[in-house]
Design a protein around this ligand. Structure first.
Ligand code: NAI
Ligand code: 15L
Length: 263
C-alpha cells in the first residue's frame, strides 16, 4: 500500500509496529500525542491529540489503511478516556468516512469481556462484560466499527488483544499472551485479505491455555505460531501461582476487575 497510518506510534506496540510494518507500505504516517523522535526515510510524523477533530481529519487524509493503536491503554479516570477513546474513535471514523474508507485495524482489548470467568470459553458473539471504564471505551470502539460497517461499508478488523508484550508478565498472561510476531502476521492478513468485513478477532498466540475460540476468523488464514508455555518455568521460578480465589485466577480480565472508578 502507499500510505499506512499508525496511531499510538510512541507507545509500546506502536514502537514495535513502526519497525515491523515498514516493509508493508511506501510511507508510514506515524501519529501520537507524545514525541516520536525524528522521521526516518519513508516516514511522516504527525503529532496530534486524537480528541482534536480537525487534526484527526487531516491526519487520515491520504491514507490507505489505519492501524489504530492510539489512546488510553489501561484503566484511568473518565476524562482522559472520554477524550482519547470515545471522542478520538468518533473522530477517526468520521475522518475515514470523509476520506475514502481506508481499512482500519482497531486495537480493542480483552477488557471488553474481563468479567467472564477463566473457565469459560468465549466466542466473539457472546455479550460484552467489560471490567472497567477502559473496557467500556473499547466496547464503544467496537460498536463504532460495527455501525460504520453496516451504515457505510467501512471495513474494520476488531482485534481484542490479550497481552502483547515481549513475554507474559504473570501467570494469567500465559493464557492471554500474543507475541509481536503473531500480531504482525495478523495485521498483514487483515490488510491484505480481499474481503475483510468487520470481524472480532481474538488477539492471542497459540497458547496451551487460551480461553478464546478464533474459528470464526479462520477465513483470514491467520495461524498464530508462538506459544506462551515456554515462559511457564521462568514465571514459576519468579513468583507463586496466585491463589485460585484471587481475581488474577478467577476473571479473564484479572486485576482490572478490582480497579475502582478513578477520579
Ligand atoms: P501504550 O499506552 O503504550 O500506547 C498508547 C499510545 O497512545 C501512547 O503512546 C499515548 O501517548 C497515545 N495516546 C494516548 N492518548 C492519546 C491522545 N489523546 N491522542 C493521541 N495519542 C494518544 O499502549 P500499548 O500497549 O502500545 O497498546 C496499544 C493499543 O493496543 C492501545 O489502544 C491498547 O488499548 C491496545 N491494547 C494493548 C494491549 C497490550 O497488551 N499491549 C492489550 C489490549 C489492548
Ligand atoms: C490491555 O488492554 C492493556 O492495554 C495492556 O496494558 C494489558 O493490561 C492487557 O490489556 C492485559 O490484559 O494484560
Amino acid at each position: 500500500m502507499k500510505r499506512l497510518l499508525i496511531t499510538g506510534a510512541a507507545g509500546g506496540l506502536g514502537r514495535v509496529m513502526r519497525d515491523q510494518l515498514a516493509p508493508m507500505a511506501e510511507i508510514l504516517r506515524l501519529s501520537d500525542i507524545s514525541d516520536m523522535g525524528e522521521a526516518r526515510p519513508n516516514e511522516e510524523i504527525v503529532q496530534c491529540d486524537l480528541g482534536d477533530e480537525a487534526a484527526v481529519a487531516s491526519l487520515v487524509e491520504g491514507c490507505d489503511a489505519i492501524l489504530h493503536l492510539g489512546g488510553v491503554s489501561v484503566e484511568q479516570a473518565f476524562e482522559p478516556i472520554l477524550n482519547a477513546n470515545i471522542r478520538g474513535v468518533y473522530n477517526l471514523y468520521e475522518a475515514a468516512r470523509a476520506h475514502g474508507h481506508p481499512r482500519i485495524i482497531f486495537a480493542s482489548s480483552n477488557h471488553t469481556i474481563g468479567f467472564y470467568k477463566q473457565d469459560q470459553k468465549l466466542t466473539p458473539d457472546m455479550p460484552m462484560q467489560p471490567d472497567g471504564l477502559y473496557g467500556v471505551s473499547k466496547c464503544f470502539g467496537e460498536a463504532m466499527a460495527s455501525l460504520y460497517f453496516n451504515k457505510f461499508g467501512q471495513e474494520t478488523a476488531i482485534i481484542r488483544i490479550g497481552s502483547c508484550f515481549e513475554e507474559p508478565l504473570n501467570h494469567r498472561m500465559l493464557s492471554t499472551w500474543m507475541s509481536a510476531a503473531d500480531f504482525t502476521d495478523l495485521i498483514g492478513r487483515c490488510f491484505t485479505v480481499p474481503r475483510l468485513g468487520c470481524p472480532i478477532i481474538w488477539g492471542v498466540s497459540d497458547n496451551d491455555t487460551v480461553w478464546w475460540d478464533n474459528s470464526a476468523a479462520r477465513y483470514l488464514g491467520w495461524r498464530p505460531k508462538d506459544n506462551s508455555e515456554k515462559f511457564r518455568a521462568m514465571l514459576d521460578a519468579r513468583e507463586a501461582v496466585p491463589d485460585k480465589d484471587h481475581p488474577l485466577s478467577v476473571y479473564q480480565g484479572g486485576i482490572y476487575t478490582q480497579d475502582p472508578i478513578m477520579k
